[in-house]
Design a protein around this ligand. Structure first.
Ligand SMILES: [Zn+2]
Ligand SMILES: [Zn+2]
Length: 315
C-alpha cells in the first residue's frame, strides 16, 4: 500500500511567502559561515547535511491523501492538494481511463475546495466514485460550483460520477480493499476512515477533538485504530491551545500519541496543520511530540512523523 500526502494543512491554504523564503536563506547562509563552507566543492556536502526543514516546507495545501491499494486509487478528502494530484496524473499521462475511489470526511471548505480543479474529473473516460456519510453531499458539492461561487458547474465536469451514501460505522468493499468509517467529534460532524487491504491498515482521522469524550467513544476509536500500520490524525493545535479551544473541533499531537500508543499503531502522521504555523513552528510541534512520546511511553515503538506535502510512504 502506497500513501502520498498531497495536502496536509487545515482550514485554509497557506503557501510560503517571500519573508519565509528569505528567513530560510538567512539561516542557511549563517550556518554555512559557521561550517566554513568557503568553496563550491563544499556546497553539495553542506546541503546534504541540512535537515529538510531548513530548505523544504511542510506545504500549504489543504487535506488530500492518495492511497494506492489493490491496484486502485483511493483519495481521502478533496482539499486544495487534490489539484496537484490531478496535475501529477496529467504530467505522467495517467489521467484517463481511471477509476477514483474518493472518501470525504466532511464538507468543510478545506476538504472539498480542490474538487473543481481536479483535472481528471473533466474527462468522460474516467469514473469517480464519491463516498460520504452525509446524505446530501452531492448537493453540497454542486452548491460549491454554483455560478455564484465558481464559473464551472459540476455537470460540466464530464467524468462519470457515482455518489455512494455510506451508513454510519459501515464498511464497503472493493475486491481486496475494505473501507470502514467512524464518526468523530467535530462541529457539523466528521468521519474517520480505515482502509484495510492485504494485511495492511491505513487510518485517516482528521478534524476531531479527542478531549472530554466518553469512554465508549475512546474505546471505539482505539479499536478502529488497533495496530494500524499508519494513522493520520488531526494535530492542528499545540497542547496549550487544545486546552483553551474546547469544542473548536481539533486536537493536539499529544492526544493522538496517547491514542496511537495505546492502540499499538506503528506509525503516526501529525496532520491538518494550523495555517498560522510556519515550518519552524511545526518542527517545534514535532519535536515536542517526540519528547512527549519518549517520556510517557518508553516501551512504545510508535514512529512519529509530521505529515508533509509530497511525502510518500509504503506500508
Ligand atoms: Zn479541516
Ligand atoms: Zn472541519
Amino acid at each position: 500500500m502506497r500513501i502520498k500526502f498531497w495536502g496536509v494543512r487545515g482550514s485554509v491554504p497557506s503557501p510560503l511567502v517571500s519573508e519565509d523564503v528569505q528567513y530560510k536563506i538567512k539561516k542557511i547562509l549563517t550556518r554555512a559561515i559557521q561550517k566554513n563552507v568557503d568553496s563550491l566543492e563544499k556546497i553539495d556536502g553542506f546541503l546534504d547535511s541540512l535537515s529538510d526543514f531548513s530548505y523544504g516546507t511542510v506545504g500549504g495545501n489543504t487535506s488530500c491523501i492518495e492511497v494506492d491499494a489493490d491496484d486502485k486509487i483511493f483519495i481521502f478528502d478533496m482539499g486544495s492538494g487534490l489539484r496537484n494530484l490531478g496535475q501529477h496524473l496529467q504530467d505522467t499521462n495517467n489521467f484517463k481511463n481511471q477509476t477514483f475511489y474518493i472518501f470525504l470526511t466532511h464538507t468543510h471548505w478545506d476538504h472539498i475546495s480542490g474538487f473543481p480543479f481536479f483535472y481528471p474529473a473533466f474527462f468522460p473516460q474516467n469514473k469517480l466514485i464519491l463516498h460520504s456519510t452525509i446524505p446530501d453531499f452531492k448537493e453540497r458539492l454542486e452548491i460549491q460550483q454554483d455560478s455564484k461561487f465558481f464559473p464551472v458547474s459540476m455537470d460540466s465536469m464530464h467524468s462519470e460520477k457515482e455518489f455512494v451514501k455510506l451508513e454510519y460505522s459501515s464498511s464497503i468493499k472493493y475486491n481486496d480493499a475494505e473501507v470502514s468509517n467512524l464518526r468523530l467529534h467535530h462541529p457539523g460532524g466528521s468521519f474517520a476512515y480505515r482502509l484495510i487491504c492485504k494485511d495492511k491498515t491505513f487510518v485517516y482521522a482528521t478534524d476531531s477533538e479527542f478531549r472530554n469524550l466518553s469512554d465508549t467513544f475512546i474505546l471505539n476509536f482505539s479499536n478502529f485504530c488497533h495496530q494500524a500500520d499508519a494513522l493520520v490524525i488531526d494535530a492542528q493545535y499545540t497542547f496549550e491551545e487544545a486546552a483553551q479551544k474546547e469544542d473548536w473541533g481539533h486536537s493536539s499531537a499529544l492526544a493522538g500519541i496517547n491514542i496511537a500508543a495505546d492502540a499499538g499503531v506503528k506509525r503516526i502522521f501529525l496532520f491538518h496543520h494550523d495555517p498560522n504555523r510556519n515550518d519552524e513552528d511545526l518542527n517545534a510541534v514535532y519535536k515536542k511530540a517526540v519528547n512527549y512520546h519518549r517520556m510517557n511511553y518508553p516501551q512504545s515503538d510508535l514512529e512519529i512523523n509530521l505529515a508533509r506535502e509530497g511525502m510518500e510512504i509504503e506500508i
